[in-house]
Design a protein around this ligand. Structure first.
Ligand code: S3P
Length: 427
């Protein structure tokens, strides 16, 4: 795929539904009682993997262009699947579903693609075992395939060593089935979509600062769920709007949950001209429109408690940093090494190839803003966010970029390149 440099960008657009919320809407509606309808669901490959798993667990899920309809089977109504479950490329699918499967009275196996099999699973295996689940992985229990035979669970208190919404959610979901109270403490606050949606469905969840306290309930209630646009997808266009030579982009109906808006805080700190218009609430989540214009950016330091609030946006923030005045230092971001690819190595290697002045550190990267990239041929590492971040770099480069395996964007943003091509007025 060739991405040509673009000069003038004027566009109003919507991004697809939030990936984290879409996954949760399928999972929680499946174990709720009654019929749920989900609107603006993300039809990306990761979320389709979640649908496939719950269909194999006996849930009736009907997909139309307008919405997804789910006949919830109740907390204890899932059926033993006749084959191994497959999470594809999706960490959220395999980690969250493991919490639910730990509370069922059957055994099953789940795995995923090569990337999933490399990613650490010990972080969920350990607490779920402590709760009484029989869950085993391979290579010191740290890797998929996971064998889970559910059973009687007990509530525990667990201190999560790294801020991770996937781990926090897996434990909360197991907590729905456990005897007694389950409490989870995080070092920093990670995204809280599980807490919001489960509470809306009638779960007994209490938040005390960085602690989540969860008590078992008889049932969850089916709901109508409206999924906001994904801020992680919007981030590509925010950065494009800011670094474009002549840009103004309006992104409509974007989720603005404060546990996800670190990218807006950092772009503003860099000097970006961003306005939030028409803020409102949708299915318990904050939503708004984002207007961003060409800005003169400066380098910043990114580290500490903000990192979990922008972890998925760091690749595209690294692109913004290439077009800033001065140095950007990104630290405390070692979690990027265990995402769909090693995102620190991927961004440093590929941005260097196309003219970026960027160095890898133990927990992040240092970027000297040179305000230009020459372009060239780059690799996506089969990682959707790397492919999209580098495409944005390509639009602002001198000669454009050629990206291998562009279809990996289908994981989270199926029509990304169509939108990109439509919105750019080429030189
Ligand atoms: C997600 C949580 C984050 C994020 C991922 C989606 C979720 O991962 O990077 O893209 O939906 O809970 P961690 O929980 O590993 O931080």
């Amino acid at each position: 795929m060739f991405i040509r440099p673009a000069k003038r960008i004027r566009e109003a657009l919507s991004v697809p539904g939030d990936k984290s919320i879409s996954h949760r809407s399928i999972m929680f509606s499946s174990i709720a009682t009654g019929e749920s309808k989900i609107y603006n669901f993300l039809m990306g490959e990761d979320c389709l993997s979640t649908i496939d798993c719950f269909q194999k667990l006996g849930v009736n899920i009907d997909i139309t262009e307008q919405c997804i309809t789910i006949q919830g089977v109740g907390l204890r109504g899932l059926k033993k699947p006749s084959e191994r479950l497959y999470a594809g490329n999706s960490g959220t699918t395999i980690r969250l579903i493991s919490g639910i499967l730990s509370g069922q009275n059957f055994d099953c196996e789940i795995t995923g693609d090569a990337s999933i099999q490399r990613r650490p699973m010990g972080r969920i295996v350990e607490p779920l075992r402590e709760m009484g689940a029989n869950i085993c992985g391979i290579e010191k229990e740290n890797h998929a395939p996971l064998m889970i035979s559910g059973g009687k669970l007990r509530g525990i208190h667990y201190n999560i060593p790294v801020a991770s919404a996937q781990v926090k959610s897996a434990i909360q979901l197991a907590g729905l089935y456990a005897e007694g109270i389950t409490s989870i403490q995080e070092p920093q606050k990670s995204r809280n979509h599980t807490e919001i949606m489960l509470k809306n469905m009638g779960a007994d969840i209490e938040i005390q600062g960085l602690k989540v306290i969860c008590k078992p309930v008889e049932k969850l209630f089916a709901r109508e769920i409206h999924v906001p646009g994904d801020i992680s997808s919007a981030a590509f266009f925010m950065v494009l709007g800011a670094i474009a030579k002549d840009g103004e982009i309006l992104i409509k109906d974007v989720g603005l949950n404060p546990t996800r808006t670190g990218v807006i805080d950092i772009l503003r700190k860099m000097g970006a001209d961003i306005k939030i218009i028409y803020e409102r609430s949708l299915s318990g989540e904050l939503v708004g429109d984002i207007l961003i214009k060409t800005s003169s950016l400066r380098g910043v330091e990114i580290g500490g408690e903000i990192v979990p609030r922008l972890i998925d946006e760091i690749p595209v923030l690294a692109v913004a940093a290439c077009f800033a005045e001065g140095t950007t230092v990104i630290r405390d971001a070692q979690e990027l090494k265990v995402k769909e690819s090693n995102r620190i190595k991927a961004m440093v290697t590929e941005l260097k190839k196309i003219g970026g002045d960027i160095d890898e550190t133990a927990d992040g990267m240092i970027i000297q803003g040179r305000k230009k990239l020459h372009g060239g041929q780059i690799e996506s590492y089969h990682d959707h966010r790397i492919a999209m971040a580098l495409a944005i770099a390509g639009l602002r480069s001198e000669e454009g970029v050629i990206i291998d395996n562009p279809s990996c964007v289908d994981i989270s943003f199926p029509h990304f390149f169509d939108i990109l091509h439509k919105m750019t007025d080429h030189e």
